[in-house]
Design a protein around this ligand. Structure first.
Ligand code: NAP
Length: 286
């Protein structure tokens, strides 16, 4: 399906996509690009890519699909560098965790969103980074959201949809703003809570004692605080507005819970926990 795939940012997501497409037998040659040669050499050794070039301009030469899988803050400079050097029929997509900022980046570069650019976001990942953490089944049974615009060419949209379906993912289309609102609630806010909780506890005087007795619940809740800080810094910057709305909503609810505990309003506390348990228990039943 793809003759020459160029993956800029051969990390967890870019590496897993390349592995999955190779496994599906739907890609000819895979060229990787990034800043660090150690990671790219590892990608060749692991069979994730065929070859690499640290210069993204050379890496995209002749590629029919270019996947930009770098942190959100690096998307604009990478796109700016490669745009004049893309093959005439190349289709470009990204995997960034926020979409409004990526569309704004593209508009700043081109003055509009070109027909061959298809913004995307796989809803799959782990708290690990780098090509060594990548695996071919990462997207199996998971969702990938595409946020095509009115300007997006149907053929480009179709190609990127098909590419993700080959990884075993279910592909859904969504508006850019809606994507950012949904992800602020389901992914970005939970990461803020995990980072804040661990940071709060880690600054307590008796932190060693506290972490010694942290049980499974804490381990589950705090796992995502091991995610790459730079990546999450970029997501906060990129989805600032929507994230702040969710933080405000959550803070108000937490303050309400604190007030109910302070006022010894046991009925209110119990009702809130029951409501949350019902919602959580029903969450994965669909
Ligand atoms: P990752 O494992 O750290 O991979 C990012 C890759 O990008 C690295 O190989 C890095 O290599 C390269 N890179 C960083 N800055 C670069 C630059 N300026 N120019 C060229 N290459 C650069 O991160 P990831 O988890 O795959 O995340 C990549 C993207 O996927 C992010 O936009 C993120 O928002 C999105 N995403 C992540 C998840 C998740 O759960 N992890 C899920 C969905 C979407 P060098 O440092 O050697 O350059």
């Amino acid at each position: 399906m793809i003759q020459r795939l160029c993956v800029i940012g051969v990390g967890l997501i870019g590496g897993s996509l390349a592995r999955a497409l190779r496994q599906a037998g739907e890609v000819g040659e895979v060229i990787g690009s990034g800043r660090g040669e150690d990671n790219l050499r590892a990608a060749v050794r692991l069979g994730v890519i065929d070859r690499y070039d640290t210069d993204p301009i050379r890496a995209v030469a002749g590629a029919d699909v270019v996947v930009v899988a770098v942190p959100l803050g690096a998307i604009e400079p990478v796109l700016r560098a490669i745009v004049p050097h893309l093959a005439p029929a190349a289709v470009v997509t990204d995997v960034g965790s926020a979409k409004g900022s990526v569309v704004a980046d593209v508009e700043r570069i081109y003055g509009h969103v070109p027909p061959h650019f298809v913004p995307g976001h796989p809803i799959a990942g782990t708290e690990q980074s780098g090509v060594e953490a990548s695996f071919a089944t990462l997207f199996q049974g998971r969702r990938v959201i595409l946020t095509p615009l009115a300007e997006t060419a149907a053929a480009s949209h179709h190609l990127i949809r098909r590419m993700w379906e080959l990884t075993g993912a279910e592909v859904v289309d969504m508006g850019v703003r809606h994507h950012d609102a949904v992800l602020a609630a389901t992914s970005h806010l939970p990461h803020m809570l995990a980072y804040t909780l661990v940071d709060t506890l880690a600054r307590l005087d008796d932190r060693a004692e506290i972490f010694r007795y942290a049980a499974g619940g804490f381990r589950d809740f705090s796992r995502i605080a091991s995610s790459d800080p730079k990546m999450w810094h970029d997501i906060c910057v990129a989805n600032r507005e929507q994230l702040l709305e969710m933080i405000a909503l959550f803070s108000a609810d937490l303050a309400r819970l604190a007030e109910a505990i302070r006022a010894d309003d046991r009925a209110a506390v119990l009702a809130m926990f029951q409501r949350a348990k019902r919602a959580r228990d029903n969450l994965y039943l669909e």
